[in-house]
Design a protein around this ligand. Structure first.
Ligand code: GAR
Length: 195
């Protein structure tokens, strides 16, 4: 049984996709042992508690400096000893000591086809704004392992999504989530759980 810890910052639709996939059997051999958010108000935390999943907020606002937040965050992950950490819309830079400790055991979903529209400053809606500004005709999502860089780790899965002529950033974000993110993130977890 793969024990996963899911880290979230906001709405948590990717978390919901994971929960649904476990319930429907699209993901097997997997248990969510904890959901952690840096944001106390994240709706994702409610999605977890509604399902009886352990959910915890560790907010930088409650700590004196980054170092103490990093330590508390890592301790919160360590406490549940996960086999895999899943960044599902987690918009905080991970503590470097956590990346070292969990090398090859952290995956992230990014809402573009890496290496396009990724790296520093490319997160959430900003990615889709940049895609539309550049005028590319195809975008998508990527699941990758996390290393010390920003969106630079080995790629696990990608899925392409068409950009439509009258797209707004929000419309495109929604289509990328539905057609790519909510499919490849559960698929990646299932692959890891069963290999
Ligand atoms: C998702 O689109 C995810 O790919 C993106 O944040 C959104 C979170 O939505 N992540 C990044 O941009 C990371 N660089 P959700 O909270 O509804 O899952």
């Amino acid at each position: 049984m793969l024990k996963i810890c899911v880290c979230v910052s906001g709405g948590g639709t990717n978390l919901q996709a994971i929960i649904d996939a476990i319930e429907s059997g699209k993901i097997t051999n997997t248990q969510i042992v904890r959901v952690i958010s840096n944001n106390k108000g994240a709706y994702a935390l409610e999605r977890a508690t509604d399902k009886g999943i352990n959910a915890v907020a560790v907010s930088p606002k409650d700590y004196e400096d980054r170092e103490s937040f990093n330590k508390a965050f890592l301790a919160c992950v360590d406490e549940v000893a996960p086999d895999l950490v899943v960044l599902a819309g987690f918009l905080v830079v991970l503590p470097p000591m956590m990346i070292q400790k969990y090398t090859g055991r952290i995956i992230n979903i990014h809402p573009s086809l890496i290496p396009s529209f990724c790296g520093k400053g490319y997160y959430g809606l900003k990615v889709h704004e940049a895609v539309l500004a550049r005028g590319v005709k195809v975008t998508g999502a990527t699941v990758h392992y996390v290393d010390e860089g920003t969106d630079t780790g080995p790629i696990l899965l990608q899925k392409a999504v068409e950009v439509l002529p009258d797209d707004t950033p929000k419309a495109l974000q929604q289509r990328v989530m539905e057609q790519a993110e909510w499919q490849i993130l559960p698929q990646a977890i299932n692959m890891i759980a069963n290999t």
